[in-house]
Design a protein around this ligand. Structure first.
Ligand SMILES: Cc1cc2nc3c(=O)[nH]c(=O)nc-3n(C[C@H](O)[C@H](O)[C@H](O)COP(=O)(O)OP(=O)(O)OC[C@H]3O[C@@H](n4cnc5c(N)ncnc54)[C@H](O)[C@@H]3O)c2cc1C
Ligand SMILES: NC(=O)c1ccc[n+]([C@@H]2O[C@H](COP(=O)([O-])OP(=O)(O)OC[C@H]3O[C@@H](n4cnc5c(N)ncnc54)[C@H](OP(=O)(O)O)[C@@H]3O)[C@@H](O)[C@H]2O)c1
Length: 465
């Protein structure tokens, strides 16, 4: 029997488990899927926006894998942390370990004022409305009129959309109580989304962009003259351009909005202003908090990049969300490339001291970096699983401990197994019913662990509540 630990129960972890089960070269495979959280599914639970119910429903296909008899979900089992199990120990417990730990941190901007009160990473905001148990308990009061999102990727669009939605639009989702209340009393009326390059270089996808235009309470404002600074914007109007289809579609959507300056519904109370060619240089302070952002006006450099023009523009905003990408963090005991923020690998095999380390693998965002949709992780996981199966004849010869879960308990860990997760699901449904809603997420460690029946509540050792 080949015993594999997959670390991380997000899409890449679950797709790795699935690929290992679906192959036929090694018929007897057992997979333990460990996660530091007592809940499965990674960013599908804690990143995908609550109003993207169709994408959220992918959880049911991930669930089918985790419910396979050959798979054991082991939640609340951190690898590499102070109270967790070390990679070295995992190698003793399993023939192979696949690290699928994602890229949970944010990329800093590295400009003055970034640390001012009122300036947050989109990661923090997403974690808050997704009820991640590590999210700050302080929350986001949303009592100021203007918010600004730096970056024009899909995360920027997600956070802007949530800011522009009313509580009524989110009541039917599992968004946690505190976030729903804060969004319900939000005084934010303007949301700026600002890109440092042009609209043809924006990273958002057309479906997500269009969705902004369909928000019932918000009107989109774009400036045709600013869009036209991008040569591709003018060129794309005629047929036969060599632009990728997604770029052409994005430009068409923007062109439609620019042509209708009043917006489809001038009475909508909120504005989303999409801005381009503005590079953030400083977050401006007012009364000890962020009061706005200073941007350098840029222009296309003819090679897909931009150059500064020497002009500046300040935009007022009392809440700034930096949506400039996620970043992998080092896992103690595992090699890490600090420049790329990934674990070095060849075809999924972890590279230690310049050579492939037998029995250690990576998949997902910690392997490729923080880009790609859920489906991208399937092919990535398949490649890794194929490498592992190729190595299996070498790996299975080694004796491993028969009861890895017992070994984790022996070192003081309190794993939450599948039944514990099902108890959390039931508790979230009960919480929802008590609030007159469907399911509502439990936002804190102690609530999750109590619901899972994992002994007295509280943060796991070595973690902030
Ligand atoms: C805000 C946001 C919204 C998104 N929305 C969409 C969308 O709508 N549609 C779409 O297709 N894609 C979306 N994506 C992209 C998608 O979520 C990613 O492609 C995918 O989640 C990456 O999978 P992963 O398994 O590599 O990482 P993750 O999903 O992050 O999973 C990593 C898992 O590892 C666990 N873990 C981390 N460290 C440890 C440790 N030390 N020990 C044990 N466990 C650990 C984590 O708890 C987590 O469960 C979104 C991404 C973000 C950031
Ligand atoms: N609905 C969905 O399908 C969905 C939802 C959310 C996320 N996702 C996926 O998750 C992945 C991550 O998304 P993401 O939005 O975090 O990342 P992303 O797509 O890489 O976008 C990052 C944005 O930040 C900008 N940026 C980076 N550094 C900057 C700086 N110093 N100053 C100003 N702007 C800067 C980038 O501009 P430049 O291009 O100029 O670098 C880009 O516009 C993507 O693959 C995304 O598609 C999908």
């Amino acid at each position: 029997m080949l015993r594999v630990a997959v670390v991380g129960s997000g899409p890449s972890g679950v797709y790795t488990a699935q690929a290992l089960l679906q192959q036929s070269r090694v018929p007897d495979v057992r997979v333990d899927v460990l996660d530091r959280l007592p809940t499965p599914y990674g960013l599908v639970r804690y990143g995908v926006a609550p109003d993207h119910e169709k994408i959220k429903s992918l959880q049911s296909s991930l669930r089918a894998v985790l419910e396979d008899d050959r798979v054991t979900f082991v939640g609340h089992a951190e690898v590499g942390g102070a109270g967790g199990v070390s990679p070295a120990r995992l190698k003793e417990l399993y023939h192979a370990v696949v690290y699928c730990v994602g890229a949970a941190s944010d990329r800093p901007l590295g400009i003055p004022g970034e640390g001012l009160p009122g300036s947050f990473s989109a990661t923090e905001f997403v974690s808050w409305y997704s009820a991640h148990p590590d999210a700050s308990a302080d929350g986001f009061p949303l009592l100021t009129p203007s918010a600004l999102v730096i970056g024009v990727g899909n995360v920027a669009v997600d956070v802007a959309r949530i800011l522009a939605r009313g509580a009524g639009e989110l009541r039917g989702t599992d968004v946690p109580r505190a976030a729903l209340e804060a969004l319900g009393t939000s005084r934010v009326r303007e949301v700026h989304i600002v890109g440092r390059r042009g609209p043809s270089q924006a990273r958002f996808t057309t479906k997500e962009l269009r969705e902004l235009g369909a928000l019932p309470r918000a009107r989109i404002v774009v400036d045709g003259a600013e869009l036209a600074l991008d040569p591709a914007y003018a060129a794309a109007e005629g047929a036969g351009t060599s632009l990728p289809a997604v770029v052409r579609r994005n430009l068409d959507v923007l062109r439609g909005w620019a042509a209708d300056p009043r917006g489809a519904a001038p009475d909508r109370e909120r504005r989303i202003r999409l801005r381009f060619f503005l590079r953030p240089v400083e977050l401006l302070e007012r009364d000890g908090r962020v009061g706005g952002v200073r941007f350098a006006r840029t222009a296309p450099d003819g090679a897909g990049g931009v150059r500064d023009t020497g002009a500046y523009e300040d935009i007022e905003a009392q809440l700034v969300l930096r949506a400039v990408g996620y970043r992998g963090t080092p896992l103690p005991g595992l090699p890490f490339d600090p420049v790329l923020g990934v674990v070095p690998h060849v075809a999924g095999r972890v590279i230690r001291d310049g050579a492939a380390s037998p029995g250690e693998y990576v998949a997902g965002w910690i392997k490729r970096g923080p880009t790609g949709v859920i489906g991208s992780n399937r092919s990535c996981a398949k490649e890794t699983a194929a490498s592992l199966i190729d190595d299996a004849p070498l790996l299975v010869g080694r004796e491993v401990t028969g009861d890895p879960l017992g070994a984790l308990r022996d070192q003081g860990m309190r794993p939450v197994e599948w039944d514990g997760w099902l108890s959390i699901e039931r508790a979230e449904s009960a919480l929802g019913r008590s609030l007159g809603r469907d399911r509502v997420k439990i936002p804190d460690w102690s609530g999750l662990l109590d619901a899972a029946g994992a002994g007295p509540g509280g943060a796991p050792r070595g973690r902030q509540p």
